[in-house]
Design a binder for this molecule. Structure first.
Ligand SMILES: Cc1cc2nc3c(=O)[nH]c(=O)nc-3n(C[C@H](O)[C@H](O)[C@H](O)COP(=O)(O)O)c2cc1C
Length: 205
């Protein structure tokens, strides 16, 4: 299969920078995954150094890094405030490919968060106001009540982004590509950031 980047499925190890290759794989996964090809596991560590991991959706990608959105008061929000470093893993079952990303984390700008929030369906905007993500919830009814209250409050007007809801960008120091090959002799290449360039290393599977 030929990618827009010119990289074919079989020869990805010739790539000399990771972002184009990432985009090509995501595009292929978008055609073959039954749902959420942009789903990624996000690993953080808590104040005791204990790792934590959960799925989030990739909502932005540029030369700086990988963006997702969430509630800042959530477990992950608190963990990233305490230790702004994270790891991501994408796994596409339909392709049997994995990409791992590690790096520092920064908050996206308010303008960037506003822009994305404005594109969300109205129900999701209300949900962002109503959910105190990761805090104990007394009952399903309490959540439904909060949703109804915010729906009534906003009426038909536009819904601004709550201050407790924003995005994070993972600024990769390394990105590793893994692809299935026969007899578990998989292909692995890792790119490490060195200033403005990337240094590529092939790894034993
Ligand atoms: C496929 C999938 C995508 C998800 N995407 C997001 C997301 O983009 N942002 C988010 O806050 N939670 C997302 N979640 C929910 C998180 O996995 C998690 O339950 C929630 O954010 C609370 O995590 P925390 O307590 O570690 O903060 C997603 C869950 C799944 C299964």
């Amino acid at each position: 299969m030929k990618h827009p980047s010119g990289l074919t499925s079989g020869d990805f190890t010739i790539a000399d920078e990771p972002f184009q290759l990432f985009s090509a794989w995501l595009e292929e996964a978008s055609a073959s995954e039954p749902r959420d090809p942009n789903a990624m596991a996000l690993a953080t560590v808590d104040a005791d150094g204990l790792p934590n991991v959960r799925m989030v959706l990739l909502k932005g990608l540029d030369a700086r890094g990988f963006v997702f959105f969430t509630n800042l008061g959530s477990q992950k929000g608190q963990e990233l405030r305490g230790n702004p470093q994270a790891a991501l893993v994408f796994y596409w079952k339909s392709l049997n490919r994995q990409i791992r990303v590690r790096g520092e984390v920064e908050r996206v700008s308010d303008a960037e968060a506003d822009e994305y929030f404005a594109t969300r369906p109205r129900g999701a905007q209300i949900g962002a106001w109503a959910s105190q993500q990761s805090a104990p919830l007394e009952s399903r009814f309490a959540l439904e009540k909060a949703v109804a209250l915010y729906a009534a409050k906003f009426g038909l007007g536009s819904i601004s982004r709550p201050a407790h809801w924003s995005g994070f960008r993972i600024l990769p120091n390394s990105i590793e590509f893994w692809a299935d090959r026969p007899f578990r002799l998989h292909d692995r290449i890792v790119f490490h950031r060195k200033g403005e360039t990337w240094v590529k290393t092939r790894l034993y599977p």
